[in-house]
Write a protein that binds this ligand. Structure first.
Ligand SMILES: O=P(O)(O)OC[C@H]1O[C@@H](O)[C@H](O)[C@@H](O)[C@@H]1O
Length: 311
């Protein structure tokens, strides 16, 4: 059909940076920058943006793009001696032309395979050789899937921490709650990573939060009451979940983040932080994140996240 856009298209994005656009027949789409292997956009079939991207995002090395889904590797946060969140998010990735096969095939899905391998400069920062393969897939229903495969190509073992630093777009942070993390232990980044236990209630937001929930269920729901939308995160190989919102004061100190933008975002990050992942020579690790956005369901006038969590 004339005028029909291809399911996978490579084109220029902000500042002339190359990006990949994935499109699904019903109209949903996603965008991935080679810079950082970074998903910057995920839209549903109504064309509504589901990820937060700062209006002040700088699409220029060495700064990672503020918003979307930065990949934190080989270090999450400041849990080690490397730069904050590691360096994979501010390196250029390439197309992986011949990726090793996946156990599940992806027919009728728009996807792209990217690869990152450290160069000599990177090896001076972190002296370990590896191949990092990332597949980003847009499913027929508009679900977004990220699969990371990291293979140790070195002669010695290495350990790393990791996160898909997902910035979800929300209508108003004070109307949002997270289900699936209640009663869990967490490390509080705002209190020197001290360990606490979360209360039994769903998590709501009224001030800065920067917590690493430990050994979480594989399914977490983020309910946007005002938008009547629920994000469902499913994760595999990633035991922890980081929840971050900088709130008003911290927001003002972040140069590439608007003063009021904290109201419209929430980071819920599928992660492996508390226990580093160790790979022996030749071993491979796999970490998967699946995101879907569904209309929130009501029962007896109330949101019913259990149906989402158990479904
Ligand atoms: O500004 P950055 O490096 O992208 O990090 C943003 C935030 O990322 C979160 O994952 C961390 O838990 C926070 O501590 C950090 O402030």
């Amino acid at each position: 059909m004339s005028g029909e856009k291809p399911p996978v298209e490579i084109c220029k994005g902000v500042n002339g940076l190359d990006k990949v656009v994935l499109r699904e027949v019903r109209g949903s789409s996603a965008e991935v920058y080679f810079y950082g292997g970074h998903v910057t956009s995920w839209k549903n079939d109504h064309g509504e943006e589901l990820l937060f991207l700062s209006s002040k995002a700088i699409f220029k090395p060495p700064k990672a793009i503020r918003g979307g889904i930065p990949i934190c590797f080989p270090q999450f946060g400041n849990h080690g001696n490397l730069e904050q969140h590691g360096y994979a998010r501010n390196r250029f990735w390439s197309i992986d032309k011949d990726p090793p096969p996946f156990s599940t095939v992806s027919p009728n899905k728009a996807y792209i395979d990217l690869i990152f391998k450290p160069n000599e400069e990177d090896l001076k920062i972190w002296p370990h050789s590896y191949e990092f393969r990332l597949r980003v897939t847009l499913g027929p229903g508009g679900d977004l899937m990220l699969t990371s495969r990291i293979r140790n190509t070195d002669g010695k073992p290495f350990s790393f921490t990791f996160a898909y630093h997902t910035y979800l777009s929300v209508s108003d942070i004070s109307e949002v709650r997270v289900e699936g993390l209640e009663t869990l232990d967490y490390l509080d980044n705002l209190k020197d990573k001290e360990r606490f236990t979360e209360q039994g209630d769903a998590i709501t937001f009224e001030s800065e939060v920067d917590k690493i929930y430990l050994a979480t269920p594989t399914k977490i729901a983020v309910i946007d009451h005002e938008k009547k939308r629920t994000f469902v995160l499913r994760k595999d190989g990633l035991p922890d979940a980081v929840v971050w919102n900088p709130w008003e004061k911290k927001a003002k100190s972040i140069a590439d983040f608007g003063d009021d933008e904290y109201k419209h975002m929430l980071c819920v990050e599928a992660a492996a932080v508390e226990k580093a992942i160790t790979l022996k020579p030749g071993e491979e690790w796999k970490g998967r994140l699946e995101l879907s956005a569904v209309p929130s369901s009501y029962r007896s006038g109330q949101l019913d996240p259990q149906r989402v969590l158990q479904g």
